[in-house]
Design a binder for this molecule. Sequence first.
Ligand code: EPZ
Length: 413
Amino acid sequence: MKINGGIPLKGTVKTQGAKNAALPVMAVCLLLRGETLTLDNVPDLYDINTMIELLRALGVEVQVNDSRAVFNVPDELKWEAPESLVRKMRASSLVLGPLLANFGRVSLPLPGGCSIGSRPIDLHLKGLKQMGAEIDIQDGVVHASIKGRLRGRRIYLDFPSVGATENLMMAASLAQGETIIENIAREPEIDNLAATLRCIGVPVELEGTGGVRIQGIHRGHSGRERVIPDRIEACTYILAGVMTNGHIRVEDVVPSHIDAILAKLEEAGAKFSVRRNVIEIFPSKKKLHPVSIKTMPYPGFPTDSQPQMAAALSLSRGVSTIEESVFQARFLYAQELNRMGADIQISRDVAVMVEKLHGAGVKATDLRAGAALIIAGLAAEGETRVDDMVHVWRGYEAIDQKLRALGAQVELV
Ligand code: EPZ
């Protein structure tokens, strides 16, 4: 993507359905037999299309028109996930729990690592084992099976892993008896999953103490649910408005989903208003103040907005620090931002120094790093070229069109 920076953004942008909510709620269809799951507000993204291909490869009939997806599930499904599709996306691991619970067996190639660290699924497998599953890993393929039904029980998650929470909630839905999972992830995507399980007849109670209680059922029925707005995409546009000193409205946002970001932006002196489901960014005479950030599981500062925030803080007036506590290595973008004039030093955590950004040729190393480089290019003087846009298309629907609608000079070359 080629970007001519330095233009304050103006206008309105509407968020897409959340990628990280749509992926697990689509996998819910694997809990059904001979029934239909309908989802609204499904975004049009590479990763969503990969999940649709994977579900089709397993035997589900999927129709998508506009942002509505209908999943017709036959009485029998395949239980082997094709390697080619699984390698494209770690979220493929989300078919483990539902397939095992519904059909008693599943074979899934282990997801590979990626540029933000190794992506083990040991917590997913540990929980499934505790529910009675036989787990065998051969040549990088997980073979899971259970005679009869999984058994509901109390499970404690060593870490509030989003994927492990989602897999185990889906597995518990068809297990024998009650399952209580403690120390679950509290991301809004988990509430969206709970609502989708309820819509097919699974009694799910989320408890304020960070636990969830699920009564296993014999057979789910057809249902319909809506995907929540994408909080990470919303933050990307909010930061683009702040960094270009523009005046924009970001619509279809749930403000409580982005409390941590808004609090940090307020602390840094950004000017914005919050009304029902619209965040309005106003131009501000002053540069952002430096802030310190530590990424944490929700409701802490989200790791998925960390690269974008580093780009914004590259324009601040002093030294900010960012500590990434969720993933092992999520700073690959820093060297790319430094090519644009930022002065980011990686020690145990990241110090972001003050600089003006200038255009440069940079590479997207993962999807959120790509987003950070794009918004840095919007704010930088001169021309920026962001290569390897394939990462960005995994999570940002029509980002070039949305930015042009906000007055940005961007084109795909
Ligand atoms: C989800 O990944 C998101 N992906 C990620 O978004 C997001 O960064 C992450 O949650 C944290 O919020 C989807 O929802 C599809 P985790 P997930 O399990 O489920 C370790 C994006 O940019 N871990 O909470 O993989 C793991 O290595 C993507 O949209 C284990 O050690 O996140 C990581 O360090 C990137 N063992 C940490 O926990 C396990 O069994 C958080 O992982 C599972 C996880």
